[in-house]
Design a protein around this ligand. Structure first.
Ligand code: CU
Ligand code: CU
Length: 298
């Protein structure tokens, strides 16, 4: 499943020794300002190192788990094209779109493309994912990510980060690479749970901000099955937006659960220096890697 024909012998050798680990940058990229976003993405397979000693054979959008972070504003025009580079059929379902799914979210075979256009109506943190059956297998093998839709009026200035929680269900390694295991996905007992595709990566390399910063986490739970009970040790959320920000703010929240297939916005004011773990407070899963550290520096 790894590589496909395009990588050949060199790709096989690379998979055996494995690709290097890289931290997934959680920084929210700026929204482009001209109101139009053109995305030309490819569905492809890639070996990805998710821990020092684990390489997985992923199904991806654009070669990583999660796929690229998309950022736009309410009412922008998103022109999306997916081209499938591999033998397994794939598709794209943007939760930020309101569109006929039979047409727009249809599966395409190798070498084929699907194109559609949408204008996000509501602000928020939205999931995207491959919707090809069985969806569990396609989301669970890495085909998911986040599209962040900012309100046109903007929000308070903040350091903004995106966290996509997902679960990993893995089989035994072949040539040093672990396949995804559909039966384990059905069992719903994950081996790892991660923010942005690598268990505990932000413990090793924390997210750093300064005293006085407002921090905004756009949290998407890609599942495929479990929620994320988002909490920051030693802090409280000044504001949690359940729906489209800036509407429906909740104040003074300790923990709130993001459902599988959902997204929410969490803000805190960093007025105390220190190292604050951000965790899935469902600790069976926090222990499996959905944990990181927010360092607040003087
Ligand atoms: Cu797919
Ligand atoms: Cu969905």
């Amino acid at each position: 499943m790894v590589g496909g024909g395009q990588q050949g012998a060199a790709g096989t050798a690379a998979a055996a020794s494995g690709p290097a680990f890289h931290r997934f940058d959680p920084t929210l990229p700026p929204a482009n300002t001209n109101g139009r976003l053109q995305l030309n993405w490819h569905a492809r397979e890639a070996p990805i190192r998710i821990t020092d000693d684990t390489v997985v054979s992923a199904w991806t959008f654009e070669g990583d788990i999660p796929g690229p972070i998309v950022h736009c504003r309410v009412g922008d025009t998103v022109e999306f094209t997916l081209t499938n580079d591999v033998d397994v059929p794939h598709s794209m379902d943007f939760h930020a779109a309101q569109i006929d799914p039979k047409q727009a979210f249809r599966s395409v075979g190798k070498g084929q493309s699907v194109t559609y256009t949408f204008k996000p109506r509501y602000a928020g943190a939205f999931m995207y994912h491959c919707g090809t059956a069985p969806v569990l297998m396609h989301i669970g093998s890495g085909m998911h990510g986040a599209i962040i839709v900012s309100p046109r009026e903007g929000l308070a200035p903040a350091k903004e980060f995106v966290l996509v929680q997902s679960e990993f269900y893995l089989g035994e390694a072949a040539n040093g690479v672990r396949p995804f295991d559909y039966n384990k996905m059905l069992s719903t007992v994950p081996e790892y749970v991660a923010f942005n595709g690598r268990p505990s990566q932000y413990v090793k390399e924390p997210i750093r901000v300064k005293v006085g910063d407002r921090v905004r986490f756009w949290v998407v739970d890609a599942g495929p099955t479990h929620p994320c009970h988002f909490h920051i040790v030693g802090e409280q959320f000044d504001t949690v937006y359940l729906g489209a920000p800036p509407a429906t703010p909740l104040r003074g929240v300790q923990t709130f659960s993001v459902p599988a297939g959902g997204g929410m916005v969490f803000e805190l004011l960093c007025d105390i220096p220190g190292e604050f773990p951000f965790v899935n407070h469902g600790f069976g899963h926090g222990q499996k890697g959905s944990i990181g550290i927010l360092v607040v520096e003087q």
